[in-house]
Design a protein around this ligand. Sequence first.
Ligand code: PFF
Length: 488
Amino acid sequence: MAVRESIHGQWSTRWAFILAATGSAVGLGNIWKFPYITGENGGGAFVLVYLLCIAVIGIPIMMAEVMLGRRGRQSPINTMETLSIEAGHSTHWKYLGWMGVIGGFLILSYYSVIAGWALAYIRESVSGVFVNSTPDGVKGVFGDLVSKPWKLIGWHTLFMVMTMVVVARGVQGGLEKAVRFLMPALFVILLILVGYASETEYFHKGLEFLFKPDFHALFHVKDANGVEHRSWNAVLTAMGHAFFTLSLGMGAIMVYGSYLPSNTSIMQTSFIIAIADTLVALLAGMAIFPIVFANNLEPGSGPGLIFQTLPLAFGRMDGGILFATLFFILLTFAAWSSSISLIEPAVAWLVENAGMSRIIASVVMGGACWAVGLLTVFSFNIWQDVHLLSGIKIFKDATIFDLLDYLTANIMLPLGGLLIAIFAVWVMSREASMEELDLGNGILYKSWRLLVRYITPVAVIIVFMNVTGVFNWLSSIAWLQALFGGQV
Ligand code: PFF
């Protein structure tokens, strides 16, 4: 088949793609979200499920997404339309692209607010406020930040403008340059932090929490009254996070794939990206949990976790001001290189379909996303007691931010991933995927196909059914009970 060309340009080399996609994958998800959801969901068993999801769902879907992007060479919406025509199927598949664009937009709306916290912490670090601080002192700094809407709006605005500027400059001018040396620098500073944590007496306890599976903790949640309930929600969260952390299920990796030179190995690059991403998350966990235990903090304390733990470590180490400042600068950069990929599918679509320049498209999308971000800003202060879905047990105490996070990470991304899997192996022809993946017809190609054809869809569907209670409902149906002797 004649190779299509992207009107938006191309990555200059294979490494540029790897860095950009790693830049997209490595972000707040690894350093902010992974530790706090691991803390909330009981530690080791959660990490195990997450790692399993990365290996058997994440990497194959990443390959599928890059493959679709490179073959379509357009924004996810147009790529899906083109490829469904090529495969002789309904163009309704373009709605999968739409779901991705909307998902990315919603994620960026809250992502930018949290990235704003990182920006705010650069200033706090420079001021020396963390030097020799106590757990209460650090908590106070965090509380003061999130309780003031104006402060949050200011930082959120700054971050959104930063994102728009890079996206407006385009593939090579903006995105590529930013990530080239930031990723390695982030890695080094995380290693320094793990080194620090390894010298505390609680390093062992931290590792145990992260790596020793406790399945009871995975399948049981405590409600506000301390009563335990069985729940599969943690498994859904782990799976959703595998999608979130690898930037899958919404077209970000697809759009990056559309700028990928034709002769690059999709499998190799996907592995490199997934491994780098996982390493960063695990290093972040290894740095954070020893500090949590050493200071008697609560691992399940939620989104503020890293902002209330790491400053304690920085406050006590030599050169702490420098390291703290560097860390939050790098965290901001990690978030920045992810945020641009969250909005790129929408911007690429506006350029293709509305004839807008990149600059205008970035401003339009960034502005709209900024406005939706206010919902998250207020979730931490004036609307912290607004619980829109309090009638549903698991959302009893959920703020608007919690709901947005749940809707995007736990529902839209796995659903997007499921549909991408179905498209890549059930709709697209075998010849087309063999041509793009370029693995021949040997064991590698066949394993990929098997995983994407059966394992991914089945895993996602089972988890969805469990969480939505479909199994409970089925098991309550009398004739099914009779048929299976109550074993459903
Ligand atoms: N992978 C990013 C992170 O871990 O922070 C977040 C993200 C970026 C999610 C792009 C989804 C996406 F499409």
